[in-house]
Design a protein around this ligand. Structure first.
Ligand SMILES: *Cc1c(COP(=O)(O)O)cnc(C)c1O
Length: 361
């Protein structure tokens, strides 16, 4: 993959130091774009000024939602290094998502190099204040202009970058979760394991309902019986029950999170028993009632770990760990963020140095 570069002549003013960055509010000066067509395959890899994409109103993505995306971050270590966290996992998941939606597949090597090259080019955009990072959003969509459902004959692969602040400016704090027993996110045979925009479009109604009731996120139940626990909002979910860790298996309806996999790896090393099982919501509420539900948290790139302080299932409200962040939740947060920012030694080969991996020519 040969990447051409067109420099932006009008650089943006970067957010001031100390100014809250929020999440997904600011975007860097450049973006990566690469096209795919039936006869040329992937071609024209380029870093160009960040700006509008021009598209035909018949572009298939606008009608049939053939779109997939990824999300990862670049972290600034104290010694100045710029680090990615397990980008190979995002590359593999992107391939799986695209395969499910019958889209072109970017090779693992090209996916990682496109991100690496763009982040290197935009390195001044990687913030260095505590808890901040550069959020990386790769995505692909059907660009063929046609009406009629079929796999598109052309796609665009794009990467944009957004400096983001600490997800919890006041530190890690528990959230209130509404157990959704009407709407569903995914069913077996559907697209629950793929990171595609369509999954999110259909989840907004539940999110709105939860927010109206004063909750931050929903806990999704399985799409067939609405009986088993699957995910929380846009995160995987884990429970500590009687000393053991329970989480839904990745068997088609759950998004295989990079954070989920990393947290489970740490927990196994720390000697915890992990049960990747279908946990019935009734059993979870029963465990809460008799004091066996010790901690609960969501996992995902944006928040890393989000402690759950309250669950509402059909009007029954249970408080977890006195609505405070539990000790295991805190230890996981500290350890994983420590590895990601390069403060804790990386014994797993998870950390990817953007400059060290520059291809030699
Ligand atoms: C992206 C995502 C996650 C978290 O995945 P990470 O790789 O840990 O960021 C979990 N659930 C859903 C539905 C997601 O889209």
């Amino acid at each position: 993959m040969k990447i051409t570069i067109e420099e932006s002549k009008q650089r943006k003013t970067k957010p001031q130091r100390g100014e809250p960055l929020g999440f997904g509010k600011y975007f860097s000066d450049h973006m990566f774009v690469m096209d795919w067509s039936m006869d040329q395959g992937f071609h024209d890899a380029r870093i160009i000024p960040y700006g509008n994409l021009s598209m035909d109103p018949a572009s298939m993505v606008l009608h049939y939602a053939q779109e997939t995306f990824e999300g990862l971050k670049a972290y600034r270590a104290k010694d100045g290094r710029i680090l990615l966290f397990r980008p190979d996992m995002n590359a593999k998941r992107f391939i799986n998502s695209n395969r499910r939606l019958c889209m072109a597949e970017v090779s693992e090597a090209d996916f990682i190099e496109a991100i690496r090259a763009l982040v290197e080019f935009e390195q001044d955009w990687v913030p260095d204040e505590a808890g901040t990072s550069l959020y990386i959003r790769p995505f692909m969509f059907a660009s063929e202009a046609a009406v009629g459902v079929h796999p598109a004959k052309s796609y665009k692969f794009v990467i944009i970058l957004s400096p983001v602040g600490a997800y919890y400016p006041q530190g890690v704090n528990p959230v209130k979760i509404y157990v959704e027993d009407e709407y569903v996110r995914a069913t077996k045979g559907g697209t629950g394991f793929a990171k595609c925009g369509g999954n999110y479009a259909s989840s907004i109604a539940a999110q709105m309902k939860a927010e109206k009731l004063g909750y931050t996120q929903v806990l999704w139940l399985d799409g067939v019986e609405r009986k088993y626990v699957e995910e929380v909002g846009t995160m995987n979910v884990m429970f500590k029950i009687n000393g053991e860790i329970v989480t839904a298996p990745c068997d088609g309806t759950v998004l295989p999170g990079v954070t989920r996999d990393s947290i489970l790896t740490l927990l196994r090393e720390w000697g915890y028993t992990i049960k990747e099982e279908h946990l019935a919501i009734d059993d979870l509420m029963a465990a809460a009632r008799c004091g066996q539900l010790e901690e609960a948290w969501g996992t995902g790139t944006a928040a890393v770990i989000s402690p759950i302080g309250e669950l509402n299932y059909k009007g029954e409200i249970t408080t977890i760990h006195q609505f405070k962040t539990g000790p295991l939740t805190q230890r996981l947060y500290d350890t994983l963020t420590g590895i990601q920012w390069g403060d804790i030694e990386d014994t797993h080969g998870w950390v990817y140095d953007v400059m060290k991996n520059k291809p030699k020519i």
